[in-house]
Structure formats: C-alpha cells, structure tokens
Design a protein around this ligand. Structure first.
Ligand SMILES: *[C@@H]1O[C@H](CO)[C@@H](O)[C@H](O)[C@H]1NC(C)=O
Ligand SMILES: *[C@@H]1O[C@H](CO)[C@@H](O)[C@H](O)[C@H]1NC(C)=O
Length: 361
C-alpha cells in the first residue's frame, strides 16, 4: 500500500513522544466542535432559529450521546480516507520541519520537528487513530485517547503513567483533560534552543480558542501561525461561542502579525472558501489567481497550506472587514452614529451569515 509522505515522520513523532516530546493541544473540545460542523444535525440546525441550534450543539459537545456520535463519524472518515484526505509535504525552515498531517475528512494536525535536537511538537493531535499501518502510531493514538477517555469515562491511568513526561499545553478555560501546562494570552514556550511558540488568546469560535505562533526571529525565517479554527485559507471559523465583536478582535490579532507569516490552518477548506470569496468579491484579482491554483492543487488532492498572511489579507474576506471594496460588494454602509470597530463587526457578522448559508461550516 502506498503511504502518504507524512507517515514517514510518524515514527519520529512517536519516538519523540516517548522521550518527552511536547504536545500542544488546543482544545479537545475543538475536535468535537469541528465534527459537529459537518454533521447532518448541524446542517439541519444551521438554518433554524437559535434556541434549537443550541440544544443540539450542547447535546453534541457535552453529552455521552454526542461523544458516541462523534466516534462514529471519525470511524466513517477513516474508512473513506485510509491514506489521508490530502497529500502533504514537509516544509523546512532552517532545520525546523513542519509536517501537515491530514486527518479525518478535512482536518490537519501538525508535527513540528527541530531536527537539531530531535524534538517534536504536535499541534492539535485530534484523531485518536489515524490508520496508516504503523504499529508505532499507537503511541500517538493513545495520548489522544487519554484526552478522550478522561473526558468521558474517567481516564486511562495506565496510559497516562506511560506518557507521564509528555506536556500538554492549552487554555485552562477550556477544561482540557490531561492539561499539564495551562496557558494565557501572550505566553511564550521555548522548546530546545530555537523553537519559541507564542500563544495568543483568540476567542470567538470557542471561548478558550488559542492560536500558536512559532517565532521566526529565532530561526532566521518566517514565523508560522497554527490558526486552528480561527482562520483558514480564505476563511474563518464559525462563531459558536462568541459574537462578531469578539471574533473581530481575534481576527485583528492575526491581521497584526507580519505579512510573511505562514498560515497553517486546522482544516482543508481552501476551495470552498475561495469559491465563497469569489461570490462575495467578484472583482478581486488576487483571489481569482489563488482560486485557480487551489483548484489545480485540489484536483490532485494536494494540500493547499501554507499560504502567507500577506496573501490572506488580499483575498480572505474575513480579514478584510475594513475594505471598502468589500463593503460595496456587501451593500453595507457605516451608519452616522456607528464607530469604525462596530461597523467592521457588523461587516464580519454579515459575511459570516452569508457563509453559513452558502455552506454549513
Ligand atoms: C475533523 O473534521 C471533520 C469534518 O469537518 C469531522 O467530521 C471530524 O470529526 C473532525 N475531527 C476532529 C477530530 O476534529
Ligand atoms: C460581545 O461579547 C463580549 C464578550 O462576551 C461582550 O463584552 C460584548 O458586549 C458583546 N458585544 C455585543 C455587540 O453584543
């Protein structure tokens, strides 16, 4: 069986985990929330009024029933894409290797390896069991299972003992099972001599959403942004647990980062997002070019990340709430008594509303 390129690195990852590798886990909750987004119930509910939506959402993200449903969805995705949904390639920046790991139907998890110190960081190890035929993978899997089971059935002590040395970073607010290192906004975490991750608190999708930025300065290269469910190529996450003003200030955090920052999102949504962007801003030339490229990539099931923030600022409508072209396209105008930020939040809300109708994700 032909295995995708990234599987080669999994044993490295497993090795690193046993030797005290580091795991950055955004939120386990995010796994279920993203699964929720594609579920048939969500599709049905997205169009109905809010109370109904919230009942279903709570059932799904907080109850045993939701968990069973989530597991079933994960199994189905594994059957459908036994070798991963996309073909990915590692990107190497001065000895730091970033490997997108395609999981389930369209999610990405990432492995960052410092080749000099052989240290691995895993961002969002969401799927407990990517089935790639490596027996070593079990180690990767089980760390996740700890997160899972502890959440729902009291945890698996034996496994936890085995991976005692593994650090789990995340937001304390999100109640992550197995969390060993709670983070707050702007915290920095150093790994080895050259990897410095900065955490930014970016609520909106969930209350505790965090994005991670390995700083490029220490590497003499561009920074990388692991944006989770906040920003995707040409898109942004749904506002499950925050309003438009909250989401806007999180998006502004992204907008304030250097233009050469590489964007590594939590999902492969590029094609869909750019098709939506083309509908909203039909005269955006940069977006047209990117769409052509993305269609070409996706035609061969190739991964579309990373893009750069410079590019995103030109075509991602959710990062363009200040753009007059976009305002015109949406038919919106600032009101007399409305301040600029509230106006931009209203633009963002309208965009999100249109996207929700356009496709439910
Ligand atoms: C990943 O996303 C897909 C579709 O959005 C979903 O079905 C799946 O359950 C998600 N899984 C995780 C672990 O995030
Ligand atoms: C949005 O949510 C934040 C935080 O919960 C709150 O402070 C703010 O007033 C809300 N804004 C609007 C317009 O509802």
């Amino acid at each position: 069986m032909a295995l995708p390129d990234w599987t080669v690195y999994l044993p490295v990852l497993c090795f690193a985990s046993v030797c005290g590798g580091f795991y950055i886990c955004r939120v386990f909750k995010c796994a279920r929330i993203s699964a929720w987004k594609n579920s048939p119930i969500a599709k049905l509910m997205a169009r109905t009024e809010k109370p109904l939506f919230w009942i279903a959402y709570s059932l799904y993200t907080r109850t045993k029933l939701g968990y069973i449903f989530h597991k079933r969805q994960m199994r189905k995705a594994r059957e459908r894409y036994p070798a991963g949904h996309s073909r990915t390639q590692p990107t190497i920046i001065n000895g730091i290797k970033i490997i997108p790991v395609p999981i389930l139907s369209d999610n990405y998890s990432y492995v960052v390896i410092d080749t000099a110190s052989n240290m691995a960081v895993v961002v969002d190890p969401a799927d407990p069991q990517p089935d790639v035929g490596f027996s070593n993978i079990v180690q990767f899997v089980q760390i996740n299972r700890i997160l899972n089971e502890k959440d729902h059935s009291g945890g698996n002590r034996a496994l936890k003992r085995r991976y005692r040395s593994c650090r789990v970073y995340g937001n304390a607010m999100d109640n992550i099972p197995g969390l060993t290192h709670p983070l707050s906004d702007q915290d920095t975490i150093d790994f080895g001599t050259r990897l410095r991750f900065r955490a930014f608190y970016t609520p909106g999708h969930t209350v505790g959403h965090i994005i991670y930025l390995p700083d490029g300065r220490a590497l003499g290269g561009p920074s990388s942004l692991f944006s989770g469910d906040l920003v995707f190529l040409s898109g942004c996450g749904r506002m499950f647990e925050g309003n438009a003003s909250t989401m806007l200030s999180s998006l502004d955090t992204v907008g304030s980062l250097n233009d050469d920052t590489l964007l590594w999102p939590g999902h492969e949504y590029a094609e869909d997002n750019l098709l939506f962007a083309a509908e909203v801003e039909p005269c955006n030339v940069v977006q047209k070019q990117k769409l052509l490229w993305v269609l070409q990539q996706r035609g061969q099931r190739l991964c579309t990340c990373p893009s750069t923030l410079a590019e995103e600022k030109q075509y991602n409508p959710f990062l363009r709430s200040h753009s007059q072209d976009l305002h015109r396209a949406l038919g919106l105008q600032q009101k007399q008594d409305e301040d600029w930020t509230s106006y931009r939040a209203r633009v963002l809300e309208e965009l999100r509303r249109r996207k929700d109708i356009y496709k439910d994700r």
